[in-house]
Ligand binder design. Sequence first.
Ligand SMILES: [Zn+2]
Length: 436
Amino acid sequence: MARRLFLFAVLVAALVAAAVWFADRPGSVTIHWQGWRIDTSVPVLLTAMISFMAALAFVWRLLTTVVGAPGRFLTRRREARRQRGYAALSDGLAAVAVGDRKRAGKLAKQADKLLADPALTGLLTAQAAELSGDDGEAEKRLTSMVERPQTALLGLKGLLTLAKRRGDTEAALDYARRAWALGAPAADLATDLFDLQARAGQWVEAEATLDEARKRRALAAEDIRHRQALTQYERSLQAERDSDPASALALAQKAHQSDLTLVEAAARVSRLLHRAGKDRKAAAALTNTWQVAPHPLLVEAWLALAPAETPLQRVKRLEKLVKANPDAADGHMALAEAALAAKLWGAARNHLETAAVQRPSAAIYILLARLEREERQDEAAAQMWMSKVAQAPAEPAWHCHSCGKPADLWASTCPSCGAPDSLWWGQQSQALLPAP
Ligand SMILES: [Zn+2]
């Protein structure tokens, strides 16, 4: 503003100076042209010339305004169209979010027509198509989104969801891998990719996914450690199949360290250490896991450390494990069974009564009936316990979160449906509840 004022002042000063200069130096001009003769003074001629140029500038300005009008009108119309397009796009996305299929479809068509940019409206049209169950159209739209770097991740994630829904794990793995390669720290993507790699038995690749997820902070550290335990456990199995016992043991130990609550890893470490003659280390691994996740598998592995011991020795050795976590019903069950075999009736009764309070089950009533018969030959008391068996809760077992089916043994992936990390340990009655 100040600069314009300054320029204006300079211009006025120059004009005044010029006027004074010409006034001080009068003179006349004569023009002969085509039989015309004009006599005038220099200031008049100059004024006439300046006026003529100003008129010319004005006419030029008028002309450009008139000529440019249709173009400006078109630009405004295009702008209004774009505005309506964006409004349809955002309203359409809102309709998708609340699951309004009809409205989403209508707005998607509108946005598509108004914006005429499939890369921009791809997400809405794809989601609207998905909502209305038109997977073919959704796939087409999502594929066009993959071509544009800004929407590639969304496109691939959408394609991944579609592939998972139709059960095409091979295509799903391909989409997940490509989406993950784009570098986003997305937790759902990390989980999907890991699960698909685990389903496909690609445990080495699955472990690489976890390493990358740690770098990107895509998953919680605890979650990564648990999944890492699964990959190390599976790689330990593979090393054993490849006749590499040293790696098998090292990987099993890593799995055990990664997740102490993974009972199968602790039992495996114990078995492999026992084979290597390291029973003390084996017992330590079992005790560590027993403290955080008591389980019959650990008792089994514990007993396997000394298969030739006498019933009394067995009771003594089991007591060491049970002491590490006295709240575990499985420990008292195991001790009761060992005490029965050693004919330590009092101890057997104590442990059975403790276990019955902690977790009543058919197995406990059967052992109590056996105790009544063996210790006191009391058939009536035995019958009383046996009458409770039918109504007693079943023993805990492995069940799948994903398909709900029971499994005899633990595995990294469900033997029925192949879902990774889906088996949980619990009683049948709990299995009927929906997965947490
Ligand atoms: Zn399953």
